[in-house]
Each structure stands twice: as structure tokens, then as C-alpha cells.
Design a protein around this ligand. Structure first.
Ligand SMILES: C[S@@+](CC[C@H](N)C(=O)[O-])C[C@H]1O[C@@H](n2cnc3c(N)ncnc32)[C@H](O)[C@@H]1O
Length: 363
């Protein structure tokens, strides 16, 4: 254990000053103004020696090639804010797609990451890693962020350039999707939360990759109403199929828990493979470079690598990085499971009626 000097209780106080020593990044404390007649002020300079875990060094953890597609995968260990500026593809701005599912600042028991920052610090952290990802994208590259209600509005405003601080490049919002699941946290004092936002932006400058034909689903007109008009569409999509809507749900789309076959021991915040498959197929091509700055159990990696994308992941915890590499090498288990399926919420109401041929007698 390394010993570091930190201010006493600075994180536990609701009015903590904008300063902290955590997650390997030290910010200097702005001392709180002493109140007249009081003793030692909050955030004062009284110091205590505390035990803190050693900060993992930023380093390339593992790199290998996919057995069948030959695509390269690299996993880096450390804080993505330290790692990203050192990764060649980020420095060259050649990333085609970034998918980020950051810690939500919900006090979750991550293996190593401290998930309880003061609000301002969390937003600074968020805008810092977003900036690094935006810089790493090629013009026309896609940025996806999986984020709950708590922070979605701030991130959207930031990426739209509507706050005082601006992102390093112009970003255009393509979709504000919602990942809807049925088994969320129960609540009685307000409505039960059953969604996370999936924010989709592109970096302005060049054409972006958009492959709707890779992620089509059966239209409700076909699945429920047997409506023959959907069999001769004029939007360029195949008969009876449509681009998925911006609320995502259905079979295999729930939270990964219980005896779900995808579930990985030690990870309770895993995203379903079908979610990442939709994003990766729609917004990148085989041979493209995909980055996930918060790898976790490796869902982005396992899907992107199996689909022949060059994959780069960052992870703060060595245990999580080890698990993700193992999972990526084992491969996905649901690839293709939701492609072409229906997400209809009603049973079929009408069997398609084939137009009757006129009988010669009727003429
Ligand atoms: C919400 S989880 C990602 C889950 C992932 N999408 C999946 O499907 O398994 C966030 C992950 O980011 C890691 N993490 C947190 N802060 C980080 C940072 N600054 N740099 C790199 N990784 C970080 C955590 O250890 C955790 O594994």
C-alpha cells in the first residue's frame, strides 16, 4: 500500500470543495473560507496520512489477433484519461466508432474505480474523457454514450456546444435512443426507471458510416397487421423490414442478470450483446477501428472483434481487463440473435391477405 497525504474527510462532506484525490488524478484543493468564530474549516489544511491503493500504471495489457477474422485487438490498463492520448489510433484521429459506457457515479462497487465523485468533479471527468474520444475520432466518426437520466441532459448540451465549455470539434446529434429494460430497480415513491439513454453523435467533417440494412427488423405492418403495402416499399429497404426505432427492447435486450447465458461472473453492469451488435454493425464496417474507453466485461470488444473490427479497449481494473480479454477470446454467444426479428408488442391481428385473382367469369 502506498501512503499519500490527503485532506481529511474531503469526500464525505456534502459541501466538499471542488477538489479531490481519487482515481489516480490529484486536483489541488481550493481551501474553503473559514467561517468567523469557527474552528478548523471544512476542507482545511489539516492533514492526515491515509492508506490508498496504488494507482495502476497506464500500459498495454494485451494485444492479439482474432483467430478467424485476423482483426487486431488491444486492451490497455489504466485510467482512460491517461491512456487515450498515448494510443496511436487516437493520436492519429483514425477511430471510426467510439462506444462508451462510463461509470454512472452511483457509488457502485467497481473492482477499483471509486464511483462517488462530487457532482462537479464527475462532470469534469466526463467532459475530459469525451474530449479525448472526440479528438481520437476521424471526421465522420461515430460516438455513442450509454448514460442514465442523471447525466444525459448535461452530456447532450455539452456535445451540442450549448455550455460554456465546448467539445474540441463540432458534433452532430443523430439519435437520442433509449435502451428499455423490464427488470429495473423497484420504486414506489416515483415511477420505476426502465431505461438508459444511448446517445449517438457524429463528428462533423466527412461522411459517416451508416449501414441500416445490417440491422433491420421486421415491420409491425407485417408482423401484426399483415399489411401488404409493406411488401412493396419504396424506401430502399427489403419487403416487410424497417430500420429499428429509437427505443430498443425485446428478446435478448433485457439487463444481463439471473441465469442469462451471457452473464459473466463479477460483472453486474454488463450490456447485452444485441445492443452492441446493433451499434457496431450500423456505424462501422469490417476493418474499421472501434474503441471502448470503459471496457468492463468486454461486451463492445467481444462483438466488434467477432465482426472483424480492429478493437481497442481501456479498463481501470486489472481483474476486469483480464475477464474482458478472456471473454473476447471465447467469442460472443448471441451474434445475430436480434437481427431481422420483430419487436412488435401485439400478437398478430391479421393474416396477410393475398389479393384474389379475378375469375374469368366475372369479366
Ligand atoms: C459500466 S462499466 C462498463 C460495462 C461494459 N459496457 C460491459 O458491458 O461490461 C464501466 C467500467 O469502466 C471502468 N472504469 C471506470 N473508470 C475508468 C477510467 N477512468 N478509465 C478506464 N476504465 C474505467 C470500470 O472499472 C468498469 O469496469
Amino acid at each position: 500500500m502506498a501512503t499519500r497525504t490527503v485532506r481529511e474527510n474531503v469526500f464525505d462532506k456534502p459541501d466538499a470543495p471542488e477538489s479531490y484525490v481519487r482515481n489516480g488524478i490529484r486536483k489541488d484543493v481550493k481551501p474553503a473560507k473559514p467561517k468567523a468564530g469557527t474552528g478548523t474549516p471544512k476542507g482545511s489544511t489539516s492533514k492526515v496520512e491515509v492508506e490508498t491503493p496504488p494507482v495502476p500504471e497506464a500500459r498495454l495489457f494485451k494485444s492479439w489477433n482474432h483467430l478467424t477474422t485476423g482483426a487486431e485487438a488491444s486492451v490497455y490498463l489504466g485510467d482512460c484519461r491517461t491512456l487515450l492520448p498515448t494510443i496511436p489510433e487516437v493520436k492519429r484521429s483514425t477511430l471510426d466508432l467510439v462506444f462508451a459506457d462510463p461509470p454512472f457515479n452511483w457509488s457502485r462497487g467497481y473492482d477499483e474505480w471509486n464511483d462517488k465523485m462530487p457532482e462537479r468533479a464527475y462532470l469534469d471527468f466526463t467532459f475530459d474523457w469525451i474530449d479525448l474520444c472526440v479528438n481520437g475520432l476521424r471526421p465522420g466518426g461515430s460516438l455513442w454514450i450509454n448514460i442514465p437520466d442523471d447525466w444525459a441532459a448535461e452530456i447532450v448540451c455539452y456535445l451540442k456546444g450549448r455550455l460554456d465549455r465546448k467539445p474540441p470539434a463540432l458534433m452532430a446529434m443523430q439519435n437520442w435512443c433509449a435502451w428499455h429494460y423490464r427488470f429495473g430497480q423497484n420504486a414506489v415513491e416515483r415511477f420505476i426507471n426502465s431505461k438508459v439513454h444511448a446517445l449517438y453523435f457524429i463528428k462533423i467533417g466527412r461522411e459517416h458510416t451508416w449501414n441500416p440494412q445490417e440491422v433491420l427488423e421486421e415491420s409491425d405492418r407485417r408482423a401484426i397487421y399483415g399489411d401488404l403495402r409493406t411488401e412493396s416499399k419504396k424506401d430502399g429497404m427489403p419487403p416487410g423490414m424497417r430500420v429499428p426505432m429509437d427505443v430498443w427492447y425485446g428478446k435478448f435486450w433485457g439487463r444481463v442478470q439471473g441465469n442469462n447465458k451471457e452473464r459473466r461472473h463479477y460483472h453486474d453492469n454488463q450490456l447485452p450483446e444485441v445492443y452492441l451488435e446493433r451499434v457496431v454493425r450500423a456505424c462501422s464496417n469490417a476493418g474499421d477501428t472501434v474503441l471502448d474507453p470503459f471496457l468492463g466485461s468486454g461486451t463492445t470488444g467481444v462483438v466488434a472483434h467477432a465482426l472483424g473490427r480492429k478493437f481497442i479497449g481501456c479498463e481501470f481494473s486489472e481483474q476486469n481487463a483480464t475477464n474482458a480479454v478472456e471473454r473476447m477470446k471465447a467469442g460472443p454467444i448471441r451474434l445475430g440473435a436480434s437481427i431481422g426479428q420483430s419487436s412488435a408488442i401485439f400478437e398478430q391481428r391479421r393474416v396477410p391477405r393475398v389479393p384474389r385473382k379475378k375469375s374469368p367469369a366475372a369479366d
